[in-house]
Design a protein around this ligand. Structure first.
Ligand code: HEM
Length: 180
C-alpha cells in the first residue's frame, strides 16, 4: 500500500502511545527505515506486519487497531492535503458513500499503483443504506468499519454497521447494512 497508509499508522501510534512504542513496533516488524514516503508504494506485507507488531507491542487485538486506524484515516487524510477532495466527495453521508470510487479514482491519478477497493450503494431508505465492498485484499473489513464510523462522525452521525450475508451479492463483494 502507498506510504501514506503506513505513515498514518505511525502517526496514530505516536499520538496515542509515544515514539518509543513506535520504535519497538518497527523493530518487531523488521522495518529499519525512519519514515515512509507518502507517494511511494510499499509491499502490502509491510502494512500487515506493522499492524501485527502493533498488536503484539500494544497488547491489543489487530482488528481493533485496524478499526481505530480506519476512523483516524478520515481525519488524517483531511490534514494531509486531501481535505478538498473529501469536501468534494459528498455533502451528505450517503452521497459520499456513492462517490467512494470517484474519490479513489482521483487518488489513482497521484498514485498510479493504487489498488483501491470498489464500492456501490443500494436499497437506500431515510435511515439506512447498503454498501457493497469488493477488495483485492483480505482482512480489511475492520478498517472499513472504522472508516464508515469516521465518515459518520464527519456528518455528525452515529452509524451502525452490520454485514449482510447474501449469496446474491457474493460476486459483487461483501454487503454491509449501515443504519443511523
Ligand atoms: C481522501 C481520502 C482518502 C484517501 C487519500 C484514500 C486513499 C487510499 C489508499 C492510498 C489506500 C491504500 C491502497 C493502496 O495503496 O493500494 C486506500 C485503501 C482503502 N480505502 Fe481509501 N482513501 C480515502 C478515503 C476512503 C474512504 C472515505 C473510504 C471508505 C469509507 C475508503 C476505503 C478504503 C478501504 C476499505 C481501503 C483498504 C484497502 C482494501 O480494501 O483493499 N477510503 N485508500
Amino acid at each position: 500500500m502507498y506510504g501514506l497508509v503506513n505513515k498514518a499508522i505511525k502517526e496514530l501510534v505516536v499520538d496515542n502511545h509515544g515514539q518509543e512504542k513506535w520504535l519497538e513496533i518497527c523493530s518487531e516488524a523488521g522495518f529499519e527505515e525512519s519514515d515512509f514516503i507518502s507517494l511511494s508504494p510499499y509491499p502490502d506485507k509491510l502494512t500487515y506486519d506493522l499492524v501485527g507488531a502493533a498488536s503484539k507491542v500494544l497488547k491489543a487485538d489487530s482488528k481493533d487497531i485496524l478499526e481505530a486506524f480506519g476512523e483516524y484515516w478520515i481525519l488524517y487524510t483531511a490534514d494531509q492535503g486531501y481535505g478538498d477532495l473529501l469536501d468534494l466527495s459528498g455533502s451528505s453521508f450517503v452521497e459520499f458513500l456513492g462517490n467512494l470510487d470517484m474519490l479513489h479514482l482521483r487518488i489513482n491519478n497521484m498514485m498510479p499503483e493504487l489498488k483501491a477497493p470498489l464500492f456501490s450503494t443500494q436499497n437506500e431508505t431515510d435511515s439506512s443504506v447498503e454498501l457493497l465492498y469488493k477488495s483485492h485484499r483480505k482482512g480489511m473489513v475492520p478498517m472499513l468499519r472504522g472508516l464508515i464510523k469516521g465518515l459518520g462522525k464527519r456528518f455528525d452521525m452515529v452509524v451502525n454497521i452490520q454485514e449482510v450475508e447474501s449469496k446474491a451479492t457474493e460476486s459483487k463483494g461483501l454487503c454491509f447494512k449501515i443504519t443511523w
